[in-house]
Design a protein around this ligand. Structure first.
Ligand SMILES: [Zn+2]
Length: 106
């Protein structure tokens, strides 16, 4: 499949570095496309889900730990500390988050 020049529209070989017609640098356009792909992959990875595989109650702590790139045990400890500090408030927050955040897709 040929690669079309973004400046003049002429078809070039996929491996060509410069457009045969206008001399446009085609490798720069390819790099831009690759960057965009990387970004979208990262954002989809950063969606907050409850964990299906590593759950104690609802999988929320494991999901949050993954989202914030933390140890699951540390996240659970934080929840427990928050519970002792704020009591029922954090329990309500936990239940609301568990209800709102979807389970990760299988
Ligand atoms: Zn061109």
């Amino acid at each position: 499949m040929p690669e079309y020049c973004t400046r003049c529209g002429v078809a070039n070989k996929k491996t060509a570095e410069f457009c045969v017609s206008c001399g446009e640098n085609l490798t720069i356009e390819r790099e831009k496309k690759a960057d965009k792909k990387d970004e979208s992959a990262q954002t989809s990875e950063k969606t907050l889900y409850r964990s299906r595989t590593n759950k104690m109650i609802t999988g929320l702590a494991a999901g949050l730990a993954k989202y914030f790139d933390m140890e699951v045990d540390l996240m659970r400890i934080l929840w427990v500390i928050a519970f002792f500090v704020s009591g029922s408030t954090i329990a309500i927050v936990y239940l609301i988050m568990a209800a709102v955040i979807p389970l990760e897709p299988e």
